[in-house]
Design a protein around this ligand. Structure first.
Ligand code: CTP
Ligand code: CA
Length: 218
């Protein structure tokens, strides 16, 4: 199902979306990154704007155009993404699609030299943006996380919904060649259990999710 353009079902609502990877610097030229393309998050931001919402899109490093009607803030690290998310509150809906780096290292201020041998990187945990929002005084009314899983997709995502304090989790199986592709197959995990959505384009998955969100605010 496509979003009904012009129906304005999210008019007056603020929808916050995170998308893409984050990247953590090792030194001034090297980063730790991941394979998120940002396509699904950008499609969701676009669908929310088409439904009439005011949309803030907080994007990690991706090469994608900004969807029409969307206010975009570009960030690099997970710490920067969290700061941008908190600065954008309050929001009626937050959809955290970004693949946030789970760990960071303390970056060297000068370029590491190959001749010094492989660096012994010391990892420290990044803040969990979803869990932070779940416990935030300005918690969004509807807080939605994503879960990229390679195995036991529904079981892992159902656990994640509970432990992270999200209202909904959109779970997808990334064991195939999904990352960076144009299509997606997801399960929507809510209080009522899990709903298996048919494989579709990322635009159609976005439209269906925005339709489902709109029903909550009808
Ligand atoms: N997330 C976040 N901040 C982090 C890590 C994840 O906000 N530091 C969000 C993601 O944007 C996503 C959800 O949490 O909406 C689930 O991310 P995921 O990586 O699947 O969960 P983790 O709890 O990090 O578990 P793991 O990577 O071990 O599977
Ligand atoms: Ca993670």
């Amino acid at each position: 199902p496509k979003v009904d353009v012009g129906s304005g079902r999210l008019t007056g609502r603020h929808v916050l979306v995170t998308a893409g990877p984050t990247e953590e610097p090792i030194d001034p030229v090297r980063v730790i990154a991941n394979r998120s393309s940002g396509k699904q998050g950008f499609a969701i931001a676009e669908a929310a704007a088409m439904a009439g919402a005011r949309v803030t899109l907080i994007a990690g490093p991706v090469s994608l155009p900004t969807p029409a009607g969307v206010a975009r803030i570009d960030v690099g690290t997970a710490d920067q993404m969290l700061a941008a998310v908190e600065a954008a509150l309050p929001a009626d809906v937050a959809i955290l699609v970004a693949a946030v780096a789970d760990w960071k290292v303390k970056p060297s201020s000068i370029k590491l030299k190959k001749s010094d041998g492989p660096p012994a990187l010391q990892f420290a945990p990044n803040p969990d943006i979803l869990a932070t929002l779940a416990n935030h005084p300005d918690r969004p009314t509807l807080l939605i996380g994503f879960a990229a899983e390679t195995n036991d997709v529904v079981a892992n995502a159902t656990t994640k919904r509970k432990t992270k304090g999200a209202d909904w989790i959109v779970a997808n199986d990334v064991s195939g060649d999904v990352m960076g592709g144009a299509r997606n197959q997801v399960h929507l995990i809510t209080d009522d259990g899990s709903d298996n959505w048919p494989e579709a384009s990322k635009a159609d998955v976005a439209g269906r999710l925005i339709d489902r969100i709109s029903q909550e605010f009808a």
